[in-house]
Design a protein around this ligand. Sequence first.
Ligand code: URA
Length: 259
Amino acid sequence: MNIRDETVLREFNLYPLWVRKDAPAPLAEIEAQATFEKQPAQAEVPIVQAPTESQQLSSSPTAAVASEPVHNNIGDADWPSLKQQVKECTVCKLRAGCTQTVFGVGDEKAEWLFVGEGPGADEDAQGEPFVGQAGKLLDNMLAAIKLKRGSNVYIANVVKCRPPNNRTPEADEVAQCLPYLQRQVALIKPKLIVALGKTAATSLLGRDATLGSLRGTIHEYYGIPLIITYHPAYLLRSPAEKSKAWQDLCLAVTTHSAK
Ligand code: URA
């Protein structure tokens, strides 16, 4: 095991593993855990169907209070057109208060799509999602399941503009921006989506719920398995929850492998 693997395992409180002297080699056990050979069978995990498009829009607590999104031709936009539309978007009030839009980053044919809430200060300055402290933890979470930013992984946010003082995006802002994410999903066609935090989870599901009640289950977003876990920024504030995030990532890996 190299230093990098050790760092990642430490991140999830999985290292060092204390064992009795006569027990089998601890590193082999950790590595087996890291490759997810010992995860519970997928059949044990309930699958929740996504709402239909109309259900999604009408039952969403975010969409319910939102006005109709005003967009041109997002539905059939290709990558260059979609990027341009996001860049030029002034549909909601967030654009006036941010430095630049943050479109998303990564492999446009990725099997893995990670969705966060919206850019923070670092992302607003650099134009790329998850480049601050939360991003460092996300990179370590990816490494823990043998993934790497940009390689078979795409990272996007629900809203493309930084909300003032990093507040949670408001319902109308989510509703106005969600079509961009929907088009990103349609273009990427990921095998699996991981929602990071409540805003991403409830925006994709189209209904409100606590994160604790949503995690641990395989949901679906238009036929694509959707795994929900804690936002890395929350995990930085509540490191004791990292073990649950680890379980969620393990569920993501077994779900991805089964697809
Ligand atoms: N938090 C998010 O949800 N997204 C980012 O890009 C950065 C922090």
